[in-house]
Design a binder for this molecule. Structure first.
Ligand code: SOE
Length: 395
């Protein structure tokens, strides 16, 4: 009997358009799903680029009219892979058209947009998802399970940093440096990931941002003459005129969790020598975990319940099919996976939920992702007003 399918409309054909298209192509090859995706339509702005993208990735249709594309009765899932300032417009229109919606992170460029998305999701019949892809690294999912099983015990510390170094003065004023499009700089782009990851692994919520500092080291950049071809800044080139970068290049903040843990978060695009170092360490009274995306197949675990003479960091290769999340869908032990597999794992979970099944580990919907957006906002206010900000202030 033919398996149920769902027609997908993807909005956006740049970096996340590529990671998501790859996931649609591969997911049914590696996962047994209750419903298979059909790459129905990709919508964007530039017809020539869109036609090339459609052919390269195997989308059936291409449209420069996103509103018409998402309202097609044949579409079941709308995937929002566009810049942050249009996440709300695109997602809310799709929810109102009765579709399921998968939106890239962060939920939105602003708290008010995010709130509108959360409220629209509360009223909608479609399910919502947010592509916080690092939850789908098997090692991060394993850390979540370890914490849930009590292997860390009472958590004292969360120490999270997302360090990149691509944004030097030669990078032109792409959308990621324009507050009107991105909403913030490294904070919403990278800080959102580590806030989500810390909440996901600990299962706890942040109640206060104790202090925060934001810095724009490079205050002016060359205005873009030709746009990026789908990468962080891939291929964008600037002309002679300079424009103001009105977002942070780096944000650091201290926070407190509801169960008492204290935390530090650092996001930056100028940590020279760290290309995509998304890392977290969590210390509890029974144990600790350490993860670094640049070594993404490993989870380091410290078991403090062992006799002291035996204690030490264990480097777990999270690729064993029998025990490690998602690993059974990929390759034999230590035949490692990469960045793109997180998107395929996450899409498999989204399709499982659409098909009435459970995800391997919890998926963030708009309600959950709004909590991360509130923390982003609290840290922004704390930096601007140089004061502690309690999350209860952020409605
Ligand atoms: C750029 O900083 C970026 O592409 C982020 O936007 C992604 O969310 C992250 O996964 C990799 O780096």
């Amino acid at each position: 009997m033919a398996k149920p399918t769902i027609n997908v409309c993807l909005l956006g054909s740049k970096f996340m358009g590529r990671t998501h298209s790859n996931a649609y192509l591969k997911v049914a090859k590696f996962f047994d799903l209750p419903v298979n995706p059909v790459m129905h339509t990709v919508a964007g702005r530039n017809r020539a680029e869109l036609d090339e993208f459609k052919e390269r990735w195997g989308w059936h249709h291409a449209s420069t009219d996103w509103k018409q594309a998402i309202s097609d009765p044949a579409i079941g899932l709308v995937d929002v892979g566009t810049p942050n300032n249009v996440h709300a417009e695109h997602s809310i229109a799709a929810l109102e058209a009765g579709k399921h919606v998968a939106c890239e992170k962060p939920l939105a460029a602003s708290l008010s947009d995010a709130r509108q998305m959360r409220d629209a999701a509360r009223k909608a019949k479609g399910k919502t998802f947010v592509w916080y892809v690092y939850r789908r690294c098997p090692a991060v999912a394993l850390a979540h399970l370890f914490a849930k099983e009590g292997k860390l015990g009472r958590i004292y510390h969360v120490r999270a940093a997302y360090l990149q170094d691509w944004a030097g003065p030669d990078v032109p004023l792409i959308w990621r440096f324009q507050k009107g499009v991105s909403g913030s700089g490294s904070h919403g782009d990278l800080g959102a990931h580590i806030i989500d990851m810390a909440r996901f692994i600990t299962g706890d919520e942040i109640t206060e941002v104790i202090g925060s500092v934001a810095e724009t080291f490079i205050k002016e950049r060359r205005i873009v003459e030709s746009g990026s071809k789908g990468g962080i800044a891939g291929g964008a080139s600037g002309g002679g005129a300079m424009g103001k970068s009105d977002v942070d290049d780096a944000v650091l903040f201290l926070a407190r969790f509801s169960k008492g843990a204290i935390a530090s978060f650092e996001s930056t695009r100028l940590a020279t020598g760290n290309q995509n170092r998304n890392e977290i360490e969590i210390n509890g009274d029974k144990g600790a975990i350490r993860f670094n995306f640049e070594d993404m197949n490993y989870l380091e675990f410290y078991d403090a319940t062992l006799p002291r003479r035996q204690q030490g960091w264990t480097k777990i290769m999270a690729t064993h099919g029998g025990d490690h999340p998602y690993a059974a869908n990929w390759w034999p032990d230590a035949h490692i996976i990469g960045y793109e597999h997180g998107f395929i794992n996450e899409l498999a979970d989204m399709l499982a939920v659409i098909g009435g099944k459970a995800p391997v580990v919890p998926l963030p919907d708009f309600e959950d992702a709004y909590k991360t957006q509130q923390v982003l906002e609290a840290a922004t206010i704390s930096a601007e007003q140089r004061r502690p900000v309690r999350l209860e202030e952020i409605k």
